[in-house]
Design a binder for this molecule. Sequence first.
Ligand SMILES: Cc1cc2nc3c(=O)[nH]c(=O)nc-3n(C[C@H](O)[C@H](O)[C@H](O)COP(=O)(O)OP(=O)(O)OC[C@H]3O[C@@H](n4cnc5c(N)ncnc54)[C@H](O)[C@@H]3O)c2cc1C
Length: 295
Amino acid sequence: MHDVIVVGGSYAGMAAALQLARARRTVQVVDAGQRRNRFASHSHGFLGQDGANPADIAMEARRQLQAYPSLHWIDGRVTSASGSKDHFNVTLDDGEILSGRRLLFATGVSDELPAIDGLAERWGKAVFHCPYCHGYELNQGRIGVIATGPMSLHQAQLLPEWGQVTFLTNGHITLDTDARQDLIQRGVVIEETTIAKLDGDADVLLTDGRRLPFAGLFTASRCTPSSPVASDMGCELMETPMGMQLWTAETKETSVRGVFACGDVARAPHSVSLAVGDGAWAGAQIHRSLVWPEG
Ligand SMILES: Cc1cc2nc3c(=O)[nH]c(=O)nc-3n(C[C@H](O)[C@H](O)[C@H](O)COP(=O)(O)OP(=O)(O)OC[C@H]3O[C@@H](n4cnc5c(N)ncnc54)[C@H](O)[C@@H]3O)c2cc1C
């Protein structure tokens, strides 16, 4: 029986596990190795690691974590979880069953991308969702914002901070007079011809045959939890402007007592810094729940 089973061993899960291991609690991490930013070769905005390879950040964190003797790590996937506070069981994809007094889901989210020919292969390289992560490197060049829904208007309003913006509505948003006026005042060019495909580094080919070259493109992906295991065991979901996430209280406890969640799957907006902070807080809160079980 472990004190805590951490499902998902990326930035948020490891930050939580670190607090717990340092409190000499037994922690079992299970990680399927599919970080959300695995498509990008550089991570920006995380203090002390700005511009580093996201895999290197995770690898060094894991190396430091595994130095703690009460920390155990399995490379694998949790397929189901059951039980109640003080005795949970999780089943892994190889059939192994693990038991823990508390569960933490740090399983991240998956990005649902617009179905545009050539977009998926440019995700994290020339197409991004977060200006704070990837806006600076575009050197104030031309930026295309590809609409997916209401969040896209927000992106088109924000991104002039990083370059000259063209808002490609692509049939996914209808702009009222106020929104149109607001964009024009911010210097945004509105392009309502639909997109045929992406080409070259970050060129947009329109269905009328025009080619629009950009330094980079942004789109508001819709997020859904990467793993259904937490919701399958009864943890409530909630809708946010970025998609679905697990509901948690301030303490990061979900609607199921003894089950916690942190990182992208349990907060918005999303970044490595915020996932690490959320994980550190969750780790401390789980520890408190072990020290004061009735608290
Ligand atoms: C293209 C792209 C570029 C980005 N660039 C930046 C950037 O430059 N700077 C920045 O701050 N942020 C960036 N982000 C955001 C950043 O990737 C996320 O905020 C961060 O990864 C969230 O960390 P997390 O630990 O919550 O989840 P994740 O890093 O997504 O990790 C979740 C982990 O849980 C595992 N998992 C899922 N289900 C299971 C299961 N059932 N069993 C076991 N393990 C499971 C996954 O395999 C994964 O290892 C970027 C995102 C994208 C998509």
